[in-house]
Design a protein around this ligand. Structure first.
Ligand code: NAD
Length: 294
């Protein structure tokens, strides 16, 4: 019998890649419900799976921020068990905190936090009833440690860590496994899709020059980080596949070891001072050394 996998946010990036990979599995081991907010964007997914078995993929509309849409999707799958739920839909927000509008912040929390909670709430009862299931979350290094100028995004991703860690304690009794996939930078349209304040906008909003300069330095750091260490989607998908295929996947799974020295500082220096120092150095001193163009 096929493993049934429902994925949110399948119109691009990791969600699209995972849906294609599972639906095109050579041994047809999976039945994929690829969901997306806007069905008008399904062409790319359809193109990518062209030629693969028609019985392995279904595309459904699902806006994780809309309770009616969640209820409709759950209703459509009422008779269908979902073995693996992949909460992948997510958006970013970048800029000095003073420039983040209430509406922008609200959107981030609606998608990343309440969207993830709502999706889990929709499919958890069935998993508990069957005493089987996996919940896999597209999480982030920014869910475990603060990243400058990503405060609101990190806050939303930290929230999901707390959510899942709390659930994991109970869910083991129900044979439901929850796994956070901690991604570093991945080459997807995430950067293009995120809401980003530009430095000019900061100046226009009357932000103090010191913060503007730091932000401009951060943007350069972020660009070179994406250029130098971003992983290809395929590499990251391998970690998702492992979590899907392992009988009892762990609570956290890392796609890269690159940030581990920074992540560890939280444990070795619980008061946070070493992390703050190290992250500052990581982001702001490389540019100076290279004679940064600001
Ligand atoms: P992406 O922007 O290509 O994918 C995000 C998807 O979520 C898009 O298809 C978007 O349409 C969808 N989405 C947004 N709002 C939605 C809503 N209300 N309902 C349903 N879908 C919605 O970027 P990605 O890199 O594939 O991101 C996937 C996940 O991985 C996100 O949760 C992101 O936070 C996480 N992540 C990405 C990176 C990275 O560097 N790319 C790093 C760490 C974590």
């Amino acid at each position: 019998e096929k493993t049934v996998v429902l994925i949110t946010g399948c119109s691009s990036g990791i969600g699209l890649g995972l849906a294609v990979r599972l639906a095109s599995d050579a041994s047809c081991r999976f039945k994929v419900y690829a969901t997306m907010r806007n069905l008008a964007k399904k062409e790319r997914l359809l193109e990518c799976v062209r030629g693969c078995h028609a019985s392995t993929l279904e595309i459904l509309q699902l806006d994780v921020t809309d309770p009616l849409s969640l209820a409709a999707a759950a209703q459509q799958l009422q008779e269908q068990r979902v073995d693996v739920l992949v909460c992948n839909a997510g958006v970013g927000l970048m800029g000095p905190l003073e420039t983040c509008s209430y509406q922008a912040m609200k959107t981030i929390f609606d998608v990343n936090v309440f969207g993830t909670i709502g999706t889990i709430q929709a499919f958890l009862p069935g998993m508990k009833r069957r005493k089987a299931g996996k919940i896999i979350i597209s999480s982030s290094v920014g869910a475990l440690q603060g990243i400058p100028f990503n405060a609101v995004y990190c806050a939303s991703k930290f929230a999901v860590e707390g959510l899942c860690e709390s659930l994991a304690v109970i869910l083991q009794q129900f044979n439901v496994h929850i796994t956070l996939i901690e991604c570093g930078p991945v080459n997807t349209s995430f950067l293009a899709n995120l809401q980003r304040m530009d430095t000019e906008g900061c100046v226009l909003q009357g932000l103090d020059p010191q913060t503007c300069a730091l932000y401009s330095q951060y943007l350069q750091h972020s660009q070179s980080l994406f250029r130098d260490v971003a992983q290809d989607t395929e590499e990251v998908l391998q970690v998702f596949l492992e979590a899907i295929c392992t009988p009892c996947p762990p609570l956290r799974s890392f796609t890269t070891q690159f940030f581990m020295p920074l992540t560890r500082l939280k444990l070795t220096s619980p008061d946070g001072s070493e992390y703050v120092r190290a992250m500052h150095k990581f982001v702001f001193s490389a540019g100076e050394a290279q004679g940064d163009r600001v």
